[in-house]
Design a protein around this ligand. Structure first.
Ligand SMILES: Cc1cc2nc3c(=O)[nH]c(=O)nc-3n(C[C@H](O)[C@H](O)[C@H](O)COP(=O)(O)OP(=O)(O)OC[C@H]3O[C@@H](n4cnc5c(N)ncnc54)[C@H](O)[C@@H]3O)c2cc1C
Length: 405
């Protein structure tokens, strides 16, 4: 469905100019697909550079990686990330209570789960979008929108105005585009968990390269991925929101250490060895929204269906959205029809995953001794029951050549 330049020809929806608000995951990916359709595309990103304050790291699942492969980016992402062989679950004493093995991913799903620093992912996507002549502007925060006959106009905080045929809200969980376009949309809900993370060198941590260890600590949850270069990429989840928001990072570190004081000692070693704590992020999600679009504006990624990290799917869903929406724009007769088809095709899948992520997150809450005893024995069963949903999420394939719904 593409010619030798990688262009698919003008979209039936007659979209010629697009504004993409947000240069995170969904935004530059959408820009890449829109460029394939020959749409003049500008990405507007509030951060002042592609590396600025983006967070720690994330997992890209096989279903998200197939979208990147469709864009010819599998190699660039693999070069910047690290394959994840699987996850070991441990209790507070360090006893292994369950395993999810990812080593057959290539055979089963065509791609292996990857871990990647968020800044590296953003850089790869933005460079690729710029390389295909999408204009990527940093320090460009959208503060107002206006629909005029035949176009939509975005106003930046600098006062500058830009017009296009359509505008896409890829501006994340706290989407300004959502607030401006769908003012009655529900506010994102707090999941009850805060996230803090970091990168450390901690050779004494008993971690196997390429594996993630997830620990149900006595008072908080801790995840650590052993990256191949010897670094530990870690996150910590707890419900102590106020303590995590203490302005002094050393106070936050002390709170994290206190929460893990009775867990495997290497956890405290990793936290102590971390030069800079990243976060905190109070984790929010959006279970459902009545609509994802209005007029010439459509939302995708976290702006439409914010997903807490506990299913490891938010970024992959954002990548899938970009492909599906572009395909709908390619094949529908008008933008509004494309937006409606996009929402209809995506809603069921993403809402099921948002619910699953919330459930997984609830399971991270500290358990009393009796509940912990049961959890330790029941976890292998829960993992087996969850494996079917995970396989469905990972095996999802979206073909660019297929009709846009
Ligand atoms: C701590 C944490 C860990 C996570 N771990 C994982 C994981 O392992 N796997 C996974 O799949 N998902 C994970 N997620 C979820 C994942 O990060 C999101 O689902 C994903 O980033 C959504 O992509 P997006 O492009 O929709 O939004 P984002 O990546 O949030 O990008 C939104 C962009 O819009 C910009 N922006 C915001 N407002 C404006 C404005 N007014 N004007 C211009 N630009 C604006 C922001 O600066 C940002 O760059 C995690 C989330 C968190 C918080």
């Amino acid at each position: 469905m593409t010619n030798s330049n990688g262009l698919a020809g003008a979209p039936r929806s007659r979209v010629r100019r697009a504004l993409v608000v947000g240069g995170g995951v969904a935004g530059p990916t959408l820009a890449l697909f829109l460029r394939r359709l020959g749409v003049a595309t500008t990405v507007l990103e509030a951060r002042t550079s592609e590396r600025g304050d983006v967070g720690a790291f994330l997992g890209l699942a096989p279903n998200g990686l197939q979208v990147l492969a469709e864009l010819g980016l599998a190699g660039a992402i693999a070069a910047r990330g690290a394959a994840c062989q699987g996850m070991r679950f441990e209790n507070a004493r360090g006893r292994c209570i369950g395993v999810i093995d990812h080593r057959d991913h290539v055979q089963r799903y065509g791609a292996q789960m990857m871990m990647i620093r968020r800044a590296a992912l953003h850089t790869a996507l933005i460079e690729a979008a710029a390389g295909r002549a999408a204009e990527c502007r940093f320090g460009a925060r959208v503060v107002a929108l206006d629909e005029r006959p035949g176009e939509v106009v975005a106003r930046l905080d600098s006062g500058e105005e830009l017009a296009a045929d359509v505008l896409f809200g890829c501006d994340g969980v706290r989407s300004q585009v959502r607030a401006l376009t769908l003012p009655d949309a529900p506010a994102p809900a707090y999941t009850g968990l805060c996230d803090v993370g970091g990168f450390a060198r901690c050779p004494q941590a008993p971690l196997e390269p390429g594996w993630t260890v997830m620990t149900f600590g006595r008072r908080a949850f801790f995840g650590a991925f052993a990256a191949p270069g010897g670094e530990v990429w870690w996150f910590h989840n707890n419900g102590a929101r106020a303590a995590m928001q203490a302005p002094d990072p050393e106070q936050r570190r002390a709170s994290i250490l206190a929460l893990h004081r009775d867990d495997s000692p290497w956890i405290a070693d990793v936290v102590r060895a971390t030069p800079t704590l990243l976060g905190p992020w109070a984790l929010h999600d959006i279970m459902t929204m009545p609509r994802w679009h209005a007029g010439r504006v459509c939302l995708l990624g976290d702006a439409a269906h914010a997903t807490s990290p506990s299913a490891g799917q938010g970024a992959s869903l954002a990548l899938e959205d970009a492909l599906v929406l572009s395909r709908c724009l390619r094949d529908a007769d008008a933008p509004q029809e494309a937006f409606a088809r996009f929402e209809a095709e995506r809603r069921g899948r993403v809402e099921a995953i948002v619910r699953q992520a919330r459930k997984n997150g609830d399971g991270k809450a500290p358990a009393g001794p009796v509940a912990a005893w049961f959890r330790d024995r029941m976890l292998p069963l829960f993992l087996r029951l969850g494996a079917k949903a995970q396989a469905e999420a990972f095996a999802h394939r979206i073909e660019w050549a297929a009709p846009g719904a």
